[in-house]
Design a protein around this ligand. Structure first.
Ligand SMILES: C[S@@+](CC[C@H](N)C(=O)[O-])C[C@H]1O[C@@H](n2cnc3c(N)ncnc32)[C@H](O)[C@@H]1O
Length: 227
């Protein structure tokens, strides 16, 4: 018998898995389904680590969800170690199971944290890179989302009235947790590039650069902390 899928339950939840950077990862309604745009974020971050010749960088992934970013970074970058943080303990249960399945438990640590709240002060200046695919959908855009997108956790999508709440915190606070010469790389919404670049420059990041997705949107922005 052919499997029947509900109209509003994404097929990845029905099947309990999603494809990300060549890996079949566990997903369920506790986590966002990973998107191709996030593969760009991972490729950019891994590429910058490679360019710098970093073989064992220490990386923080803020809002790790199912843990796909740490899984992919540990696949692409030599001996990197990653902390994946999330405010959702439910999401971290999924991430924990993915780390177990891919045998990454020694290289990736999971932390419950509302943005950076669990990190000060022992992690100040500790990370070579901070990456994040934060919730960035605005009130207005949330209303327009298809029902099957709304089946994903609201907390994983909604970034406040303008969609900028988490991106603003990342711009403001990441510098404190980056080592000198480290970088931040974030994913953002289709119409947020200029705002995010302005916030990064205002926060003192240098060489602020955007990377374009397959649809021509500036989807990833990076900035550097003075070395
Ligand atoms: C867009 S999802 C990204 C999930 C995963 N990194 C990915 O790319 O598929 C955003 C994640 O941020 C988490 N999040 C939401 N608010 C947060 C907060 N205040 N602090 C930390 N994480 C938060 C959500 O639980 C969700 O897992």
């Amino acid at each position: 018998m052919m499997k029947q899928y509900s109209e509003t339950i994404p097929v990845q939840y029905e099947e309990g898995r999603a494809r990300f950077m060549g890996m079949d990862v566990l997903v369920d309604p506790r986590v966002l389904i990973p998107r191709p745009e996030t593969e760009l974020l991972v490729e950019v971050a891994a590429g910058l680590c490679r360019e710098r010749g970093w073989t064992s960088p220490f990386i923080l992934d803020v809002g790790t969800g199912s843990g796909v970013i740490p899984l992919a970074l540990t696949k692409l970058i030599g001996d990197c170690r990653v902390i994946g943080s999330d405010v959702s303990e439910e999401a971290l249960c999924v991430a924990r199971e993915n780390l177990r399945r891919f045998d990454r438990e020694r290289r990736v640590k999971l932390v419950v944290s509302d943005m950076f709240s669990a990190f000060a002060p022992e992690h100040e200046g500790a990370f070579n890179a901070i990456v994040s695919n934060p919730p960035y959908v605005s009130d207005r855009d949330y209303e327009k989302l298809d029902a099957w997108v709304k089946a994903e956790p609201w907390i994983a999508l909604h970034g406040g009235e303008e969609g900028m709440d988490h991106l603003n915190v990342l711009a403001r606070e990441s510098g404190r947790f980056l080592a000198p010469g480290g970088f931040i790389a974030v994913e953002l919404g289709y119409d947020q590039a200029q705002k995010v670049k302005d916030r990064f420059v205002a926060a003192g990041f240098t060489d602020v650069t955007s990377f374009t997705d397959l649809n021509g949107y500036e989807r990833v922005i990076t900035g550097w902390k003075h070395g």
